[in-house]
Design a protein around this ligand. Structure first.
Ligand code: DGJ
Length: 610
């Protein structure tokens, strides 16, 4: 199971042991605190010390009782292409529940809940928040009862869950992160970010610039071959792009999404010289090579399914439903985990592959397995997630230099569990910069900017059809890992020059964006007009402010933006204009950002201490 960690002496864990003599059950409540973080991590273990079999039907990771303080409840909701929008409403009598029973975290909701006192904003107010380090079915619940008492809890979803605890058996819950901020939502966010950066994301790439990548998905969809990919690589190299990622469609007979998941042999009609030759050619152009997999899936129209129809998740004896023409592999079975792992590993062993995009394009339904008897069926969903974790653990052990990016039909598995394995996660299939403002604001409420997969998309955008300036698409993508998802060979000369300039900006600013402290200055979600965020380095020597003006407002000449996190007495120069300000001025009075004529304009503003 993914879990927080710390160096020796940097964390302490209090374990409270409870015993139920009648049942022979021991329960350990674990509370971990960290020297450098105001977060508390809570988990539970149940151990059967008796002689009878026990059935665990509900075991949450954390539960907190407190007085009601006129709380607002903040959660993250959405769907495909609009993941993690921030939602807020009053806590009223009764239960407020957010949950997933989709076998994964889901596009629809996050395992996160925050209670904020009345009037809380980015800078002030008390916030109590919980986030679960887990990638499967969960429940987060708040209940206001008749005595004005509030209970907030989070953990594995009890519906359909039943774990058989044999004598001597032990069950561990996922960890829940608990944060109390008395400095508003901003402080809550920064506590989550630092905790995940210092104590959860273990990738060796966490503190490095990730290669600027170009992914061929929206450039070609399934219609590509090795020549097309090499042509993209050649052009990409000229502009300063550093890695080519070959997306879906390189294996089996996969020319559309109707077949072949499970048949992980290179399609020689497309990749004519074989994978190694393609990778070598791309490397020879000076680019790293990355590859897409969807290892958890099996299409009914695949050689794998024809050989092993019982490997698909299904209720034995019933007809299972497909989604995107695919079933899910039964990863509760060790032999299937081993097989699926080997499929990925063999490909990685065969060529110089630097990066894997691990996709998952359908949620789990028709829950059943040929290997679990009815007494153990309640273990299915959790065992599935453990199968995924095991595969990713093995992958990183065998290929320690691999850069892994998780993905699920866009951002359906953006969660703290996955961050333990991959330092970055594909945030959403929707790369339209306006949609991304909402998606990235919600994602960054919990997760560091360095984890958000963000690319410059083709225009008009494929998800919403919106036409936006390339500059704005780039500025929004620079808030994440940065890359491109378009056919670079089709850009005009002017667009290519711009791309080269954005790549230079990435190299200039990524250390700051990746390692700096994040402040949300204004929210398009709240004001309907513009969005603004800021990143400041630890020594407060520089700040990068990104301003996106979604709508032009006639008559209004400028917007006042008040910054945060600067040194009051220090002087800062705004590089773009040469104007200087004290930190105090920028934070108390703000600076005036002039209206940009037309919709969807944006600016990057770099303040440097002088
Ligand atoms: C969903 C992902 O989010 C996309 O980026 C792409 O990889 C497709 N799957 C491929 O099927």
């Amino acid at each position: 199971m993914p879990a927080t960690f710390a160096g020796k002496g940097n964390a302490q864990t209090l374990v409270i042991t409870l015993k139920d003599a009648l049942l022979g059950l021991r329960v350990e409540l674990r509370y971990s605190v960290f020297e450098d973080s105001d977060a508390l991590v809570r988990s539970v273990a149940a151990v059967n010390e008796g002689t009878d079999r026990l059935y665990l039907e509900k075991i949450l990771s954390a539960s907190l009782d407190m007085d009601n303080e006129e709380f607002d409840l903040i959660t993250l909701h959405g769907s495909w292409a609009r993941e993690r929008h921030i939602t807020s409403r009053k806590v009223t009598e009764g239960k407020h529940i957010v949950s997933s029973l989709r076998g994964e975290t889901s596009h629809q909701v996050q395992p996160f809940m925050a209670l904020a006192t009345n009037g809380t904003d980015q800078r002030q107010g008390t916030v109590y928040a919980m986030n679960l380090i887990y990638s499967g079915n969960f429940i987060a619940e708040t209940e206001l009862d008749y005595q004005e008492s509030v209970r907030m809890s989070v953990g594995l979803h009890p519906d359909g869950f039943e774990w058989v605890l044999e004598p001597g058996g032990r069950f561990e819950t996922p960890e829940a992160v608990l944060i109390c901020s008395d400095g508003g939502l901003g402080q809550m966010t920064r506590t989550f970010h630092k905790l995940y950066q210092n104590h959860l994301i273990r990738s060796k790439y966490l503190h490095s610039k990730r290669p600027i990548l170009i992914n061929n998905w929206e450039a070609t969809y399934f219609d590509f071959d090795d020549e097309k990919l090499v042509a993209i690589a050649k052009e990409a190299k000229k502009l300063g792009i550093e890695m080519l990622v070959m997306d879906d469609g390189w294996f089996g007979k996969r020319n559309d999404d109707s077949c072949a998941l499970g048949d992980w042999q290179v399609n020689r009609d497309k990749i004519k010289g074989g994978l190694k030759s393609l990778v070598d050619r791309v490397n020879a152009e000076g680019l790293k090579f990355g590859i897409w997999f969807e290892p958890e899936m099996i299409c009914p129209d695949s050689d794998l399914y024809r050989e092993h129809p019982d490997w698909a998740v299904q209720v034995p004896g019933r007809v299972a439903g497909t989604m995107r023409n695919q079933y899910v592999l039964d990863l509760t079975r060790q032999e299937i985990v081993d097989y699926a792992y080997e499929c990925v590993a063999q490909i990685l062993r065969s060529a110089n592959i630097a990066y894997v995009k691990w996709d998952m394009n359908r949620q789990l339904t028709d829950l059943g397995s040929f290997a679990l008897d009815s007494a153990h069926m309640g273990e299915f969903s959790h065992r599935y997630v453990l199968g995924v974790y095991q595969m990713q653990e093995r992958l990183l052990t065998e290929f320690p230099d691999l850069l892994l990016e998780n993905c699920s039909g866009g951002g359906g598995r953006f969660d703290a569990g996955m961050l333990y394995y991959s330092p970055q996660i594909w945030t959403s299939d929707d790369m339209d910069p306006v949609e991304r403002l909402l998606i990235q604001e919600g994602t960054a409420l919990l997760y560091p900017l360095s984890t958000m997969g963000a690319h410059v998309c083709v225009c008009p955008n494929h998800s919403v059809g919106r036409v936006t300036p390339m500059e704005t698409r780039a500025h929004v993508a620079l808030a994440g890992t940065f890359g491109y998802e378009l056919d670079i060979t089709k850009l005009s000369g002017e667009e290519k020059e711009k791309a080269a300039a954005y790549n230079r900006e990435y190299h200039r600013y990524n250390d700051l964006v990746r390692e700096g402290t994040y402040y949300r200055i204004a929210s398009y979600r709240e004001n309907g007009m513009y969005d603004c965020w800021e990143v400041v380095d630890e020594e407060k020597r520089e700040a990068l402010v990104t301003y996106v003006q979604v709508r032009f407002e006639p008559v209004r000449k400028s917007r006042r933006l008040k910054l945060e996190g600067l040194e009051e007495k220090a002087r800062y120069c705004l590089e773009e204009t040469g104007e200087t300000y004290t930190g105090e001025m920028l934070m108390q009075a703000g600076f005036l950002q002039e209206m940009i004529f037309g919709d969807y304009g944006s600016r990057l503003l770099h303040f440097v201490r002088i």
